[in-house]
Design a protein around this ligand. Sequence first.
Ligand code: ARG
Length: 404
Amino acid sequence: MNERAVLAYSGGLDTSVAIPYLAETTGAEVIAVAVDVGQGGEDMEAIRKRALACGAVEAELVDARDEFAAVYCLPAVRANALYMDRYPLVSALSRPLIVKHLVAAAAKHGGTIVSHGCTGKGNDQVRFEVGIGSLAPHLKVIAPARDYAWTRDRAIEYAEAKNLPIDVSHRSPYSIDQNLFGRAVETGFLEDIWNGPIEDIYAYTADPASPRDPDEVVITFDQGVPVAIDGETVTPLQAIAELNRRAGAQGVGRIDMVEDRLVGIKSREVYEAPGAIALITAHQELENVTVERDVARFKRSVDQRWGELVYDGLWFSPLKRALDAFLDETQRHVSGEIRMTLHAGRAVVTGRAVVTGRRSEESLYNFDLATYDEGDRFDQSLARGFVELWGLPSRLAAQRDVVK
Ligand code: ARG
């Protein structure tokens, strides 16, 4: 029987090209897995059909929206998780969930290879591979974009040569990752960190500066979990979706930042996460009311460490698990209601003064390392070994815990 490769499939150019390319280079049959984490956009059935048209032997759709909300996003709310005091971990939260479903699909279909479309410059390669190393250390990982040094132009050429059913004519100048918890936009003109964002790049939030009436909302929490909005019972998925809508309409949750990636690059990213910011703001305030002083003081450092672990791809690590037990204990009394006004970008902790450009003689932001365009000087071939070592403690712990 042929070897089988399970691919995290988004329906876009890079992962579509990966299907025939993986098959050619490894001789494996490719199984595409598309996970719905509330990214919206294209119809999931169309994505499934495209995977098959690109040569996948099977294509699976997983509707993981409720699971994502309850098991990944709400723990982040519980930890008030804001990496570098701002970023609510949107992409970082979805990766371990996708990993879980990839590993399940590999088990179901007899896969021995897992594959993802990440480059060697970002955090997501680490999150995928360290996650896989923790849950299923026997699986081999191939990341075509990184391991075979694919470029965008080469991917387009290959897609055209193979006649793949992908529309490459109007590709966005940005790299976008979006899900239920928010949206991340980078590259293009944003790589010049003096350039302010333009209204065009936003999709989850209205312009905070347009005149409109404020919106008042009451969120009910039960032990740290949002359970009702304005008195109506909601599921975790409904709570986040509803607050995305209402806070988004008020321009809440826009974040423009230069962030420290795990791989050492400083990168510029613009986020919008209206529901996440509204929920974390409300949750934090309810903790101020209900959590005892010393627990609250200690929890702040746990919150920060928790966010860094998740950002750094260590969702399945022993330390993250131990901190979860602590966080769980702290939520016993975090029940009650918070009334919040959403207006003109407020409800955001940092939303009152908005930075739109930055420059400094002392800057560590290095355009040549950060850019995805011509002139990239980052050596992606270093990433594979780095990721391997970064995940070593998690992998050792996972092996021991599987054996016992
Ligand atoms: N920088 C964010 C993170 O590491 C988002 C990564 C994906 N962003 C993107 N625009 N494709 O979590």
